[in-house]
Design a protein around this ligand. Structure first.
Ligand code: DGL
Length: 275
């Protein structure tokens, strides 16, 4: 690559904007290109093969646009597709690029936060079934016990802009109860889906006060800051004009309206057709 290019950020829909918000807060100087696969969201209940196929298609698009680094800001995609992309697709097609996920920055610190070693995870069905959180947390903190709760309705509630409605409280309570009944000693819970920070006020309201909720955005952003410091060769490939571009596989006008709710500012969005 001879020209500097933006950092790519990918999610199945709007959720990755919660990560992008923190990344751009910590690293405002860089350019960013966001891609939401809103036409095919949610990924959470889809098979391993389909999540891989959709994720690779989107990540490949960002790499073809020239991004030297792509952040998969989606847990479901990180759990089901990242390893294959890093170990097989990148060496074969884009050996000089990097693709990073959102699970590791969270799992490598969570054991330092919990005092009881009993850790809860709210995530999509796909992320829970993959067991990625349990395996990764135990790799860093072998004494930790991990309890997972799938929350299949939270993403559709958020994508349909119902996350502030009273109806959402029912499903927030339901999944909290189902997690806490697995273990009464949980003191730390990971929001293991990038959409869930949109529900954080409601989740917090229904959770006992002593339980600490972990959002991924700030952790992913700090981890990226650290990563770029350790990889100056990659850092110098990234353009620094503070530009933000947004792309969606669905309707850009709808993305722009809803995206504003996520990031608090007007977004200029374009539609892309994936090939
Ligand atoms: N935001 C994605 C995640 O972090 C999931 C949303 C979906 O189900 O597509 O898992």
């Amino acid at each position: 690559m001879n020209q500097r290019q933006p950092i790519g950020i990918f999610d199945s829909g709007y959720g990755g904007l919660t990560v992008m918000k923190e990344i751009t807060r910590q690293l405002p100087e860089y350019d960013y290109m966001y891609l939401g696969d809103n036409a095919r969201v949610p990924y959470g209940n889809r098979s391993f093969d389909i999540v891989f196929q959709y994720t690779w298609q989107c990540v490949r698009h960002l790499l073809e646009e020239g991004c030297p680094l792509v952040i998969v800001a989606c847990n479901t995609a990180s759990a089901k597709a990242l390893r294959n992309i890093q170990q097989t697709m990148l060496p074969m097609y884009f050996p000089d690029r990097k693709v990073l996920g959102v699970i590791r920055p969270t799992t490598e610190i969570v054991g330092d936060i919990s005092k009881t070693n009993e850790i809860g995870v709210f995530a999509t069905q796909g992320t829970v079934t993959s067991e990625s959180y349990r395996l990764e947390i135990k790799r860093f903190f072998p004494n930790a016990r991990v309890y997972q709760q799938p929350c299949p309705l939270w993403v559709p509630i958020i994508e349909n802009n119902e996350h502030l409605s009273e109806g959402a409280d029912y499903f927030v309570n339901k999944y909290i109860d189902e997690l806490l009944v697995q273990c009464h000693n949980i003191d730390t819970i990971i929001l293991g889906c990038t959409h869930y920070p949109l529900l954080i006020d409601k989740i917090q309201k229904h959770l006992p006060d002593h339980i600490k909720l972990i959002s991924q955005g700030p952790l992913v952003a700090s981890s990226l800051t650290d990563y770029l410091e350790r990889h100056p060769e990659l850092k110098k490939e990234i353009s620094q004009n503070r530009s933000r571009q947004y792309f969606t596989t669905d309707d850009p006008t709808v993305f722009s309206l809803k995206g504003k709710l996520f990031v608090g500012e007007e977004l200029e969005v374009s539609h892309i057709e994936l090939t």
